[in-house]
Write a protein that binds this ligand. Structure first.
Ligand SMILES: Nc1ncnc2c1ncn2[C@@H]1O[C@H](COP(=O)(O)OP(=O)(O)OP(=O)(O)O)[C@@H](O)[C@H]1O
Ligand SMILES: [Mg+2]
Length: 456
């Protein structure tokens, strides 16, 4: 591909580029984010790999290979992908350092190589020796697994074009560079150019690609936002590095449902699909402590029982401090404001800490009622002392609103030996018949407080 070097001004927030500098980015409207960069102009992909111009073709004339999906036989990975890696797709895996991105990628290639598929692991971060040691720890590899330690994207592209492997891993996009583009590896323009070239090569040759990416502090892939549009599948690892389970969440999937999650444990032999038991995130010891509440949340198409903990202490300073982990900050702030108004608690004099155990991030409105119950439980120093689940969205006036998948959530509580469940009154009709769980229907937050903390 021919390129012409010129000066552009690139936004460090969204990656948009402009011919002239301005104080505000015209795309994402952030201030002072434009910086000068020497960049080459990439031609759009109107040429095929042999240089001939592309022409429109009839949809019915497009031929595809028979095995459209390549199962990886890692059950939880296949679940998130919707059956396996789609041939011709480019998949992006992001996650914190040490969470297991390279491990998972290598395990997939090891399996493919045992099936005699030609596969290539491009390692830009680690040496071939390191990879060899890891592969030995993880299990058997076939002779068709090739390793290439390289950081120059042009050399990588040439090798891919020559070798035409069934699957290529690029580990990682932030470490490779394009000689014609200025800036250190990992900068906006380098990541964008390297990714564009890699993806183009994969697509034009009908291969399958897996890009590994670092994430920024706020949890998104480091580099230009446009990278997320270019790839077909985006997966992020979640979880705490010091705990041994990992959660792989799908954010985008052009071939299957994009809300699934996969659960793994990190073992000596690599990432092992977790025996899905929804109590993975529960700890018996803390169930009877004040501030601790169990909520059945939907993660993809399955229910996980998670533990939400609150700690409410008198503030030593004027304004109460708020620290939330794993819950949506806006949602938690709304709930605290609603509690203050409805129950007149003067919570502004208290420091409030909320934490979802196990490093999970829960974005469901179903957590609303649990936030309120856990704060009340900690405030009154009153543990629930009952095997009870709490389900419900809460409105600003304290009314408890219906949530979805009630039957599935109740069934999971039942399976895990729970006796009771607080439920919104409006979900009465959807309560599963014959369930051994005792439903406690509520209409407002006050009903819940009366039920759970009668003496306060
Ligand atoms: N012998 C071992 N037994 C169990 N777990 C191990 C062993 N060796 C390494 N690990 C786990 O593997 C993790 C490293 O995984 P991996 O290198 O795949 O992470 P990564 O996401 O690629 O990180 P990075 O972004 O730094 O490349 C370690 O954090 C550790 O938990
Ligand atoms: Mg790695």
């Amino acid at each position: 591909m021919k390129s012409k070097v010129k000066t552009v001004f690139v936004c460090s927030s969204c990656g948009a580029s402009f011919p002239a500098w301005s104080g505000q980015c015209g795309s994402c409207l952030e201030w002072n984010t434009l910086s000068e960069q020497k960049s080459d102009v990439v031609k759009p992909s109107v040429y095929t790999s042999d240089g001939a111009p592309k022409k429109p073709v009839s949809l019915l004339d497009i031929s595809i290979q028979d095995d459209v999906v390549m199962p990886t036989t890692i059950p939880e990975f296949d679940r998130v992908l919707g059956g396996g890696l789609t041939v011709g797709s480019v998949n992006l895996i992001g996650g914190e350092p040490g969470i297991g991105k390279s491990t998972l990628a290598l395990q997939v290639l090891q399996y493919f190589s045992l099936q005699n598929r030609k596969v290539l692991y491009v390692t830009a971060e680690e040496s071939e020796k390191q990879l060899y040691l890891r592969a030995n720890r993880l299990g058997k590899s076939g002779s068709s697994l090739h390793v290439y330690a390289q950081t120059d994207i042009s050399a990588i592209i040439s090798v891919i074009k020559e070798m035409k492997p069934d699957c290529v891993i690029l580990d990682s996009i932030q470490v490779v560079y394009h000689a014609d583009v200025s800036g250190a590896p990992g900068t906006m323009s380098q990541v964008r150019h390297c990714a564009t070239e890699f993806i183009r090569t994969i697509k034009e040759n009908g291969l399958t690609g897996l890009i590994i990416g670092h994430i920024t502090k706020d949890g998104s892939i480091a580099g230009p936002k446009v990278l997320e549009h270019l790839v077909d599948v985006i997966l992020y690892f979640e979880g705490e590095r010091h705990l041994n389970y990992r959660l792989l969440r799908c954010f985008k999937n052009r071939f299957a449902a994009s809300y699934e999650v996969g659960l793994f444990t990190m073992e000596e032999a690599g990432l092992v699909s977790a025996d899905v038991n929804s109590s993975l995130f529960l700890d018996d010891v803390t169930l009877s402590s004040p501030g601790s509440v169990i909520v059945p949340v939907m993660e993809g198409s399955r229910v996980l029982l998670v533990e939400l903990q609150a700690l409410v202490v008198h503030s030593g300073y004027g304004m109460g401090k708020r620290t939330f982990q794993g819950v949506d900050t806006n949602r938690a702030t709304l709930m605290i404001a609603a509690m203050d108004k409805v129950l007149e608690l003067k919570l502004f004099t208290k420091d409030i800490f909320l934490n979802v155990i196990g490093g999970l991030k829960i974005n469901e409105t179903c957590l609303d009622l649990a936030i309120i119950v856990s704060i009340m439980s900690s405030l009154y120093m009153a543990p629930l002392k009952r095997k009870i689940g709490v389900i419900g969205e809460v409105g600003l006036t304290g009314e408890v609103r219906a949530v979805s998948h009630v039957a599935q959530r109740v069934k999971e509580l039942e399976n895990m030996g729970f006796d009771e469940c607080i439920l919104p009154m409006k979900t009465k009709a959807t309560f599963p018949k014959g369930a051994s769980i005792k439903p406690i229907y509520v209409e407002t937050v006050l009903d819940v407080i009366r039920e759970l903390f009668p003496s306060n």
